[in-house]
Design a protein around this ligand. Structure first.
Ligand SMILES: NC(=O)C1=CN([C@@H]2O[C@H](COP(=O)(O)OP(=O)(O)OC[C@H]3O[C@@H](n4cnc5c(N)ncnc54)[C@H](O)[C@@H]3O)[C@@H](O)[C@H]2O)C=CC1
Ligand SMILES: O=C(CO)COP(=O)(O)O
Length: 320
């Protein structure tokens, strides 16, 4: 495919993914919410707030003008926090080329609707589901920015479109595998964030490896059961978008979700953990949906919601 590609979101994953796209031979324009970040990327080829040490290739530029970034792009990559996607995309939809492929990098579920990101994209942009591609796997942005070997899953209900995106993001250090299971690929990425919070809490509490192995194993079993109930292929959870991402996120000190959990495990409040983690920890929004996260009104709780479900029983059928 020729023409330029757009990455909307200049955080750590948007920026690292822009490097992957550029290394794969694409002309890339990053959209940043803040003009100052865009100007720094343009003038220095760096994004020090998110990925200090990364030098972006020359075929990456940046703008704070979404229309300019998206106009004429055949591939539009969405890399904003999950809870802001609907609002952001509503503003960008008018700029999208009629046949553009939309790629979701986000690993979250929309609060209030419990929709996956690809569903939010279909609804908000008014595009067919087969124009939306999900990229998810064990992809810690700083490692990929450093060119360390990694693999990912490129999921789409349209096999040809998945292959197109696979080709557009293949580099010597980044190996994408296609999959038709969009539901499982997205759920694996979203649910592992919550399990990584628990893993971080356990780590800070100095709990042992038996505990942590149990969290990963039972967490995966629960994710797979949820996924199957929602229409996913259980095998997806045994792959990169399931087990792979769960292991990377739980065990890496680079993970914001695990780090957030570690702060809580040391006895800090949600606010302290948020301030210390700085970047997007999607699992925190999912695990505490009743909390209103910082905004103009500061911190407060909506009516507390308590789960009425019983604890998972050892007799539950399925993976043990
Ligand atoms: N960082 C990573 O290693 C990976 C992240 N992801 C996923 O990618 C998504 C984006 O995460 P990151 O880039 O890591 O987050 P980040 O916290 O590094 O960056 C978020 C970006 O979104 C911008 N932003 C914040 N609020 C916004 C708003 N209201 N409207 C528009 N933009 C806004 C920020 O300015 C920043 O540029 C998340 O869903 C995350 O789970 C997926 C794989 C790897
Ligand atoms: O999704 C990720 C790795 O695959 C990144 O995890 P964190 O958002 O916890 O840093």
């Amino acid at each position: 495919m020729s023409g330029h590609v757009a990455v909307l979101g200049a955080g750590s994953w948007g920026t690292a993914f822009a490097k992957v796209l550029a290394d794969a031979g694409n002309e890339v324009t990053i959209w940043s919410r803040r003009e100052q970040v865009a100007a720094t990327i343009r003038s220095t080829g760096t994004n020090p707030d998110y990925l200090p040490g990364l030098r972006l290739p020359a075929n990456v530029t940046a703008t704070a003008d979404a229309g300019k970034a998206v106009s004429g792009a055949w591939l539009v990559v969405l890399a904003v926090p999950s809870q802001t996607l609907r609002g952001n995309l509503a503003e960008w939809t008018g700029f999208l080329a009629p046949d553009a492929t939309l790629v979701s990098l986000m690993k979250g579920i929309e609060l209030g609707t419990t929709k996956r990101m690809s569903q939010v994209i279909v609804e908000t942009a008014g595009v067919a589901a087969d124009r939306v591609v999900v990229v998810s796997g064990p992809n810690l942005a700083p490692e990929i920015a450093a060119g360390q070997p990694a693999a990912t899953v490129v999921a789409c209900t349209d096999t040809d479109r998945a292959t197109l995106v696979q080709n557009a993001v293949t580099t010597s250090y980044f190996r994408p595998y296609t999959n038709g299971d969009v539901i499982g690929t997205e759920l694996g990425g979203a649910v592992k964030n919550v399990i990584a919070l628990a893993y971080g809490i356990a780590t800070a509490m100095r709990l042992g490896d038996n505990t942590k192995a149990t969290l990963i194993t039972r967490g995966l079993a629960e994710t797979a059961r949820l996924g199957v109930a929602l229409g996913a292929d259980p095998l997806t959870f045994a792959g990169l978008a399931g087990l792979g991402d769960l292991v990377a996120t739980c065990t890496s000190p680079l993970s914001r979700n695990r780090t957030f959990g570690e702060h809580l495990g040391r006895g800090e409040t949600l606010e302290q953990a948020q301030v210390a983690t700085r970047q997007t920890a999607e699992g925190s929004r999912a695990a505490w949906p009743s909390v209103t996260w910082p905004g103009p009104t500061g911190w407060r709780c909506r009516s507390p919601s308590r789960s009425s479900g019983s604890a998972t029983r050892a007799s539950t059928p399925g993976w043990r």
